[in-house]
Design a protein around this ligand. Structure first.
Ligand code: SF4
Length: 893
């Protein structure tokens, strides 16, 4: 067995991992004890990475079609890349370089990012290269630049240990960055005086842990932060010396925030004035570390939200010292690396400014080209809008799934349909976007390619290949270079001579020399000894954990700039027709568009369907009850999901997880609802908020399906059913084997032929192994397959009460003999009286919620739960939820 070090490919925490491999296959993953981000710990997602690596559904060979009416056929790399080079070359010749575009990803290595950027801006001459990081952190980038002068997060994770107050705004850190939350829990345990303030419209597991939770109304963050500054002014909690010596623009901000008194702002934000005062006092007392994420970023005024939070740090002197910094959390593993190489439509290499002619000339000289284009390219949403109108004709998408993740999915699907040429460079062949690809280029994935990535705290880590890529898949950077050499044979070969990822890194390193992110002192060899934070100039022996300790900022004056922006409400206010605020966000065990996490059956155990969380009062108003199917409608589209009662949302608000797209549910997924409005500066869309209406979906025909097998293949097999039904939710269950779960509902029965095809696909036709029951007059049809004494598949149509316990029978591998008489019966409980295991709270040790509740009712506290059931003793991701269940029991008592 071999072991190599690398980095988790999910969130921006950037946890170090050790990948175990044997005979060319990844067999295990462990947290790397030597990595400073996680010190050996992993969350549920990171700890199951090896399972995602073993799953099927990979893109293994290049495929292409020459006509959109045809399906793609397998071809060799030469044929595929020559075809794409021909298509791009034709479009560029006929319509100019801005008629092609690249939409890439914060999951690419820095090396792949670098060559994509150089390909677009250096070789082709277009700035049309943008990335899914636009959906994630572009407001944070613009917020840093507007105030501190550069996109350089000033703090580090170790600040968690030094903080007196941790101020979390717009981030459910317990779910989205679990290992950082473990560090917060540990720091609070070590320092019980530390205050945790959480700003979030929802009472998330993060908020439930807070000393003070400010449950603001959606989008009112700017008003809140101004009111906090107002308190600091009145109570003389500001650092006048630091303001005078190191900032500019104070007077304008001071005059603006005079109007934002806590009393005036309290009703705007929907929180008590006294809580605003308390938050301001704790913030100013410090040292204060702010951690913030999509709640601030994914907003039509996301830059203002970021910048006015940074105002608080500058005004109260909470920056540049241990425990004091505004530290934005990146959603993706290498969003920071993309920013370093300038791999977005409005950025230039090494934090250079596209509007600055000298900076453009520097980049052109570094690359050895005459010039780089001056006009910013199309950002994510603009790019797809231009694809729809025909302004952009050919698009190359890499390592991302825009047909699930962008807002206003109807527009995105129309754009992909309208494109003359869609090239998809992907590790997985079955994403929503893959259906639109004219050319599919198989890419290496996690554990299969070399490179570097940079996490939220500017820490650069090496990623290593543990195994070769499967089939004919190739490293991302290699595919780009091969294409460049074919697109423009002479120039391409000159500009893209690399034969190793290290050569790309070395060139990128040179572009940073003398810049704020200078990494001239780093090399693959030095990074192989351990990750390092930038800046790390030549001759340095360590990186720099904290920036701006000297009060000098990378602006023209050397002073930080206060940002005086007034509060603006959400882009789409609620009204009589769309009366509910919809908030979207992350779940604990899924990640982004589920392209990878959706292959790991055990990651569905915590939440197996997309559910709309609603306050009990809103359910009652609409005569709904938990478990009902509801139609959620916005001005752009609709989805049908299950409603659940939740006291995590206030009346008038609801919440949907962001992860489910058309591969896992009916319709076009959650982003059919979200709106294509973005921040004027950062161009980041307001994915976090839309106005919606909710009403009961009356769908009398029901069907559920369970089947053991290869998860990805089973999901492929049921795609026609997802398209045929008004309501559909597909997912996986199981630990030792994958079990497909499919729930369907429709206005009328599906055609018999569709059911017959399904039965054939799932082996539900063999009379020797399949028990069946038909009651045609009542529309009931059931089939259960038993192999070797175990249930292996089931289809229940018309009456589905047994779904939950049959699923658990299959997942647990229960002997079917004693249950045979009950399998076709309309019973919600098996004869032994069990009601199924229920939702799994502790994914590592497979501990279910009902078992935890029984123990809590019997008097268990957290320590007892951990000692007896063992829940929360492995990765710790479920500890906040265990505490919530304990608190709920106390409140009910
Ligand atoms: Fe991966 Fe979890 Fe660490 Fe994020 S917190 S990098 S998902 S292990």
């Amino acid at each position: 067995m071999s072991v190599v070090s690398s980095v988790c490919c999910y969130c921006g925490t950037g946890c170090g991992v050790l990948i175990e491999a044997e005979a060319g296959k990844i067999t295990g993953v462990r947290g790397d004890p030597a990595h400073p981000a996680n010190r050996g710990k992993l969350c549920t997602k990171g700890a199951t990475l090896h399972l995602s690596a073993a799953a099927s559904g990979r893109a293994l060979y290049p495929e292409m079609r020459t006509d959109k009416s045809l399906s793609r056929q397998r071809v060799g790399w030469d044929v595929a890349l020559d075809h794409v080079a021909g298509q791009f070359s034709r479009v560029i010749r006929e319509h100019g370089p801005d008629a092609v575009a690249f939409y890439i990803s914060g999951q690419l290595t820095t090396e792949a990012y670098y060559v994509f950027n150089k390909l677009a801006k250096g070789l082709i001459g277009t700035n049309n290269v943008d990335t899914n990081s636009r959906l994630c952190m572009s407001s944070a980038v613009a917020g840093y630049k507007a105030t501190l002068g550069a996109d350089s997060p000033p703090g580090c994770y170790d600040d968690i240990d030094h903080a007196g107050t941790i101020f979390i705004a717009g981030s459910n850190t317990a779910y989205a960055h679990p290992i950082l939350f473990r560090r917060i829990e540990a720091a609070r345990k070590a320092n019980p005086a530390m205050k945790l303030v959480v700003v979030d419209p929802r009472r998330t597991d993060t908020a439930a842990e807070a000393d003070l939770h400010l449950a603001i109304l959606p989008g009112t963050d700017v008003a809140l932060f101004h009111a906090m500054l107002n308190v600091m002014l009145w109570e003389e909690l500001i650092d006048r010396e630091a303001i005078a010596a190191h900032t500019e623009g104070w007077e304008a901000l001071r005059d603006l925030v005079r109007d934002y008194t806590p009393e005036k702002v309290a009703p705007i934000c929907g929180v008590a004035a006294a809580d605003i005062v308390q938050a301001a006092r704790w913030f100013a007392a410090g040292p204060t570390l702010s951690l913030y994420c999509q709640g601030l970023n994914q907003s039509s005024c996301g830059v203002d939200k970021n910048a006015v939070l940074i105002n608080l740090h500058l005004a109260s002197g909470q920056i540049g010292k241990p425990g004091a910094a505004p530290l934005s959390l990146t959603g993706q593993p290498n969003a920071m690396g993309g920013r370093e190489v300038g791999g977005l439509a409005n950025l230039m290499s090494a934090h250079r400014d596209m509007n600055n002619p000298e900076h453009r000339a520097e980049v052109a000289q570094l690359w050895g080209v005459d010039a780089v284009p001056a006009t910013p390219g199309k950002t994510a949403l603009e790019l797809f809008q231009a694809l729809k109108t025909g302004e952009i004709k050919a698009v190359w998408i890499a390592c991302t799934n825009p047909a699930q993740s962008l807002p206003d999915q109807n527009l995105v699907h129309q754009a992909l349909q309208a494109a003359e040429c869609v090239v998809l460079q992907e590790a997985f062949a079955d994403t929503e976007t893959a259906a639109y690809a004219d050319v599919l280029l198989p890419a290496a994935s996690w554990g299969e390619q070399d490179g570097t990535m940079t996490n939220s705290e500017r820490c650069v880590s090496r990623v290593h290949a543990a195994v070769p890529p499967p089939g004919e898949a190739r490293a991302d950077w290699e595919i780009v270079c091969d294409f460049a050499r074919r697109l423009m044979p002479g120039e391409g070969a000159r500009l893209f001579p690399y034969t190793r990822a290290e050569a790309v890194f070395d060139e990128h390193r040179e572009t940073t020399r003398g810049r704020d992110l200078d990494i001239a002192g780093l090399s693959y060899a030095s990074l192989d000894s351990g990750p390092q934070q930038w800046p790390f100039p030549e001759g340095a022996t360590t990186g720099k954990p904290r920036l701006y300790a000297d009060g000098i900022y990378p602006t023209a004056s050397g002073r930080a700039r206060f940002h005086a922006a007034p509060y603006k409400p959400v882009a789409e206010p609620i009204d009589a027709r769309f009366p509910l605020h919809l908030n979207t966000g992350r779940l604990r065990d899924q990640w982004h568009a589920m392209s990878r996490s959706g292959r790991v059956a055990r990651l569905f155990a915590h939440a197996d369907t997309p559910a709309l969380a609603m306050n009990a009062r809103d359910l009652e108003l609409r005569r709904l009850k938990a478990g009902d199917l509801v139609r959620v409608k916005s001005r752009r589209g609709e989805v049908i999901v299950v409603a659940e009662a939740s006291d995590s949302v206030r009346p008038g608000q609801c919440f949907l997880p962001m992860h489910w797209g058309a591969r896992f549910m009916g319709g076009r997924g959650i982003n059919a609802l979200t709106l294509p409005v973005f921040d004027a500066v950062s161009k980041q869309p307001e994915l976090k908020h839309a106005a919606v209406q909710v009403a009961k979906a009356v769908l009398p025909w029901r069907m559920v399906v369970l089947a053991v097998g290869d998860g990805a293949k089973l999901l492929d097999a049921v795609q026609p059913l997802l398209r045929a039904c008004d309501y559909a939710a597909a997912g996986l269950a199981g630990r030792e084997q994958d079990v497909l779960m499919l729930r369907l509902a429709h206005t009328q029965p599906l055609p018999e032929s569709l059911l017959a095809d399904l039965d054939a696909a799932l082996g539900l036709v063999d009379p020797l192994t399949v028990m069946h029951y038909e009651d045609r007059p009542r529309g009931i049809s059931k089939r259960v397959r038993v192999d070797g004494g175990k249930v292996t598949a089931a289809r229940l149509t018309g009456e589905t009460a047994a779904f939950d316990w049959l699923r658990d029978v299959i997942v647990e591998g229960v002997d079917a003999a004693s249950l045979r008489a009950w399998m076709l019966a309309p019973v919600a409980r098996p004869p032994a009286g069990g009601a199924g295991r229920g939702r799994i709270v502790c994914n590592c040790l497979n501990v279910a919620e009902p078992d935890i509740l029984v123990a809590i009712t019997a008097g268990a506290d957290l320590a007892t739960l951990q000692a007896t059931l063992k829940c929360g003793t492995e990765c710790g991701s479920c500890v906040p939820e265990l505490k919530r269940l304990l608190a709920g029991n106390r409140a009910a008592a």
